[in-house]
Design a protein around this ligand. Sequence first.
Ligand SMILES: N[C@@H](CCSC[C@H]1O[C@@H](n2cnc3c(=O)[nH]cnc32)[C@H](O)[C@@H]1O)C(=O)O
Ligand SMILES: [Zn+2]
Length: 451
Amino acid sequence: MGDTMETKNILIKNATILNPKSAEKDNIESFKGDLLIENDKIAEISKKNEELINSKGVEKIIDGKNKILMPGLINTHTHISMNLLRGLADDMALDEWLNNHIWPTEAGLNGEYCYDGALLAITEMIKSGTTTFNDMYFFMEDVAKAVNESGIRGCLSYGMIDFGDEEKRENEFKENIKLIKNCNDTAEGRIKTFFGPHATFTASKELLERVRYEANKYNVGIHIHMNETKKEIEDVKEATGKLPFEYLEDIGFLNSDVLAAHGVWLSKEEIEIIKKRDVKISHNPCSNMKLASGIAPVQELLSKNVCVGLGTDSVASNNNLDMFEEMKFASLLQKVNNMNPESLNSNQTIKMATINGANALNLEKEVGSIEIGKKADLILIDNKSVNLNPMSEKISSNLVYAANGSNVNTTICNGKILMEDKKLITLNESKIIEKANKSIKELKEIREESK
Ligand SMILES: N[C@@H](CCSC[C@H]1O[C@@H](n2cnc3c(=O)[nH]cnc32)[C@H](O)[C@@H]1O)C(=O)O
Ligand SMILES: [Zn+2]
């Protein structure tokens, strides 16, 4: 790794600092100031007119003039190795997309392919300002390797599917527990591990019950797909006689450590269960729109103080990992759905992509806002970019409605610079792209041969 990875103390001077403060209240502050990073943490924040931070012992100064400094974005639902499958199958519903295209291609995956896809995704995330992602997939120790090498922060779970088959179930637990044992809290604490039961229509009751037991035992969270499509609701109702969240409530699965991706089709009763158990929701507007799954009742969930973070899902249903675009889609979708332009305003949307995401991943003590003592996961955005001018008085407005990932100039994670002035420090972009193209070509050949 390059020199900059070794940087200990960094001073960012004269930046416009945007800080979503708490997950509960609708408050975002912005001010001009300096910020000092010591090792992996935010050590000092000075507002303009206050005493400037003493630059003694500072090894690196970043000029924050004409830049917005904000927390790195948090993507609460991904399958990053699927970056290899970008554009593989578009314009169809989830059921057909998974069964006829995604799953048959995934059958040829191995650890090396997943590593290649993960690096492609991490490159895209660092370039577009994401510093934490929450991932569920296969070959997660290879994804962990990519996280470790790149310097990003990741919550990793192995996606468990048993379709009621006991032998498959045993294997899935073995894989997920191995991931937890080998990777939890590794990479200077940047990697956390979760259990990843795929969904209530692919995982049996036995699997789900055991996940609750093992999650308590290992003290890790749970990442699951929930209530994504109408078909799923009907299938679960037919199999269990209940709606998905009612079913999970009945088997004692739900707790504040559960992060449920999607939550599109929710009954009033299910929303009450989510609230009561403090289950976290990851909202994935682009994926939900692209697969025509439906519109999640985000405004309603937020008004009931349910924690809703933002996610992209994989690029096979998005088709990118740009959290700035995701913020815009999230906000606009709620507005048109409620026929109310005040729905999901820009401050609420920024919070979804930062502090709420941290809260959803049980990382709120570490990341998601700019507080002394938190990890230095920060991004700088060029406010000289043409699409950000004139700069609105309300900074969040420009960031949600006008910005995109390519406006990110510098990305810092765990106090280490991963991209400076648009130059990647830890990763070799052209090599990663070349390798990923080779891998997907091979994967397609494997699929053809197995037909
Ligand atoms: N161990 C499992 C792998 C599960 S990984 C997670 C799975 O979720 C799939 N996936 C990706 N996006 C979605 C979605 O939006 N809904 C449901 N599943 C998805 C993805 O393709 C992958 O197969 C097995 O043996 O099949
Ligand atoms: Zn998903």
